[in-house]
Design a protein around this ligand. Structure first.
Ligand code: HEM
Length: 144
């Protein structure tokens, strides 16, 4: 289960279903030394933050679940750089449910099947509303 959590976190880091989220300033706000007037929409590009080598290291593009071995806060140089469910008061209300559901589904699959990607799979994550595989993700399942 610990490994499963690390794997799901690494999948969500590399391929966050929502690639960005937004906030609107409701009063004049200073962020990083820049003053924004009220009413400005700020987009937080979580995909870019999740792929920043200065934050995650030179292996940022590699699938390495063990970077989460000591939890989210120790996985990168910035404890707040992991944002698949957003951040702050409007953070995803369904995050625990989504992770639990994914773990249950993965447990059922790996207890009953061996699986591998179909040879026709082409890796091309595509952001359109949410991030999804451009050409689908066909998987070959073998009952155990
Ligand atoms: C892997 C699955 C999911 C991902 C990656 C995800 C991601 C997100 C993100 C990025 C936000 C915006 C948060 C922000 O602006 O800071 C959000 C909001 C929200 N999500 Fe999810 N979500 C997932 C699953 C779910 C599920 C299963 C539910 C409900 C059962 C859910 C319900 C919501 C709701 C109601 C909000 C709006 C919260 C608010 O504005 O106060 N999400 N989600």
């Amino acid at each position: 289960m610990v490994q499963m959590t690390m794997i799901l976190y690494e999948v969500l880091r590399l391929y966050p279903p929502g690639t960005s989220f937004m906030r609107k300033t409701y009063k004049e706000t200073v962020i990083g030394g820049i003053t924004y007037p009220a009413g400005v929409i700020i987009e937080l590009p979580m995909s870019f933050i999740h792929h920043d080598p200065d934050t995650w290291g030179s292996d940022v593009h590699e699938f390495r679940p063990d970077r989460f071995a000591e939890g989210i806060s120790m996985a990168s140089k910035d404890p707040s750089a992991f944002l698949p469910f957003g951040w702050g008061p409007r953070i995803c209300i369904g995050q625990n449910f989504a992770l639990l559901e994914a773990k249950i589904v993965m447990c059922i699959i790996i207890q009953n099947f061996k699986f591998e990607l179909a040879p026709t799979y082409t890796h091309e994550p595509h952001p359109a509303m949410s991030l999804h595989p451009m050409h689908g993700a066909k998987v070959k399942l073998r009952a155990i």
